[in-house]
Design a protein around this ligand. Structure first.
Ligand code: BG6
Length: 502
């Protein structure tokens, strides 16, 4: 348009390779994930014409319902949860290839009907036999489903399998799942989801570190005092007691999302951005993690309290939770990455439910200026520089620097240089699942966790929870709506540090 200059930063947005024609088969399609995340993501992709021209989706679950009933549900889900306005034409394009097959995945015969439906779609829509299976199913159904899919690879085209978390419960169960998968599939066909890797801000960590010359030279123990990673949620367990009781914060969030954030912060530069190069560097960082002693780990459980002006129940009062439950809803730890880059630099990490606010951040705190001549006159004390990555919400990056307060004298105050996604790019941020579904269709596994990564993550968790069997923590240990138990603050105070101010 005359007079308006295009935003140069928008260049490249939305320009991606289109995947091959394919069918996406979702096992466990009647679950919450399909409604809240998968269909809204598929709709967003359809809206931007990023899906292949020839495409089909098949929902599979135990619930008895027809394709039109399923379609109505998914349409309602898209209307409630999608980030784009509802456009009938877009929905028609997506739903034209939508089918539902009621089936018990543990029942071997159920697959025949699924085969028939997928085969028919492939023939009528010209899908070339390419299939992405999305497994969002309970662990007990896993083996049979994988076997059924694996045995039926005699069709044309490629087969890929996306596996939702949780991927196992500990190192040995995760290994068993990988073994089952490897009976039928090569590692390149397996896409283990950690949806944090699909978040734009998480990927931006790689851009920030490796596309800018100024950060990498100071990204080490000589310049960085410590790192803080926070994955705070204000929500509780949202009716997922059965799962959460056996998982707790350590298996639900620490093992995957939190450790992935740590790995991206600590990893060495990869030689290129291929899936294997990136993941190999992450594995090395994870492998360098020193097992923290019991004094370096704090777990907690929320009691009743107030969150965002609403009175909420304690964890033990949630439906489906045992009265005396010892499941942790909060974990904090001091971790060390034992290598040349990071030796003696603590990574303080914490994750919890029913905390004061939803906030995921990575804070890189630099060393103090060696000889601050202004100290005596600094306004709020000359604070060290902090590079703060706001993973969510208010996505962006900010750098805390000391600046002179205008006027006479030399008073220094901390100010922030901010980059906010909302301001720099006009396009709204895609949801993690959009990127991940698309990448799996493209066969790009960079943002999925490889077998050895998952293994390292579980080994650390196993080592931490080992001693937990022997003692009984006093729970609840923090009121809902606070920043966790006092012991988490003490963990840092002992080192003369404190959690970032909120
Ligand atoms: C999931 C956990 O993996 O991540 C949930 O199982 C958690 O307990 C969720 O609430 C957080 O995801 P997000 O994208 O809302 O930060």
């Amino acid at each position: 348009m005359a007079g308006t200059r295009a935003n140069p930063l928008e260049e490249g947005l939305g320009i991606r390779r289109k995947p091959d024609p394919c069918a996406l088969v979702i096992f466990g399609a009647s679950g919450d994930l399909t409604q809240r995340k998968l269909f809204p993501a598929l709709y967003a992709l359809a809206y931007r014409r990023l899906l292949p021209e020839r495409f089909a989706v098949v929902g599979v679950a135990r619930t008895e319902q027809s394709t039109s009933e399923f379609e109505a549900l998914m349409k309602a889900a898209v209307k409630s949860y999608a980030r784009d306005p509802f456009v009938q034409g877009v929905w028609d394009r997506l739903s034209g290839g939508l089918r539902y097959v009621p089936a018990d995945f543990a029942d071997e015969n159920a697959e025949d009907e699924l085969d028939r439906v997928v085969g028919e779609l492939e023939a009528s829509r010209g899908l070339g036999g390419n299939r992405v299976y999305y497994l969002a199913i309970p662990p007990q159904a896993f083996e049979t489903s994988v076997q059924e899919i694996g045995e039926r690879q005699d069709h044309d085209g490629w087969t890929r399998v996306i596996v939702e978390k949780p991927f196992g419960h500990d190192a040995s169960s995760a290994q068993r799942l990988s073994d089952v998968l490897h009976r039928w599939f090569r590692e390149e066909q397996i896409f283990r989801i950690d949806h944090y890797l699909g978040k734009e801000t998480v990927q931006n960590m790689l851009a920030l570190r490796f596309a800018n010359g100024i950060f990498e030279p100071v990204w080490n123990r000589q310049f960085i005092d410590h790192v803080q990673i926070t994955v705070a949620e204000s929500i509780g367990i949202e009716g997922r007691a059965a799962f959460y009781e056996s998982a707790g914060a350590i298996r639900d969030v620490f093992q995957n999302h939190l450790l992935q954030l740590l790995a991206l912060t600590a990893m060495e530069p990869p030689i290129d951005f291929t899936a294997d190069a990136v993941r190999t560097e992450k594995v090395k960082a994870l492998r360098s993690l020193h097992t923290p002693g019991p004094k370096s780990v704090v777990r907690g459980q929320y009691g009743p309290g107030w969150v965002e002006a609403q009175e909420v129940r304690g964890y033990r009062e949630e439906d489906g939770v045992a009265n005396g439950s010892l499941t942790e809803t909060f974990i904090a730890a001091k971790l060390y990455v034992d290598n040349w880059r990071w030796a003696d630099t603590p990574f303080y990490v914490r994750a919890g439910k029913r905390l004061a606010r939803r906030e995921t951040t990575i804070a890189i705190q630099f060393q103090r200026a060696p000889h601050p001549p202004f100290e005596a006159i600094a306004g709020d004390g000359l604070r060290p520089n902090v590079l703060l990555i706001h993973v969510q919400p208010d996505e962006g990056v900010s750098l805390a620097i000391g600046a002179k307060v205008p006027g006479a004298g030399m008073t220094i105050r901390t100010v922030h240089m901010d980059f906010l996604y909302g301001g720099a790019f006009r396009e709204g941020l895609p949801e993690a699942y959009e990127r991940l579904i698309l990448d799996a269709m493209l066969g790009d596994a960079t943002l999925f966790t490889r077998e050895d990564e998952v293994d390292e993550q579980w080994k650390l968790v196993d080592a931490i929870v080992g001693p937990w069997q022997r003692d009984r923590p006093t729970f609840p240990s923090y009121a809902a709506g606070t920043w966790g138990p006092r012991a988490a603050d003490e963990l840092l105070h002992r080192d003369g540090r404190s959690w970032r101010r909120h």
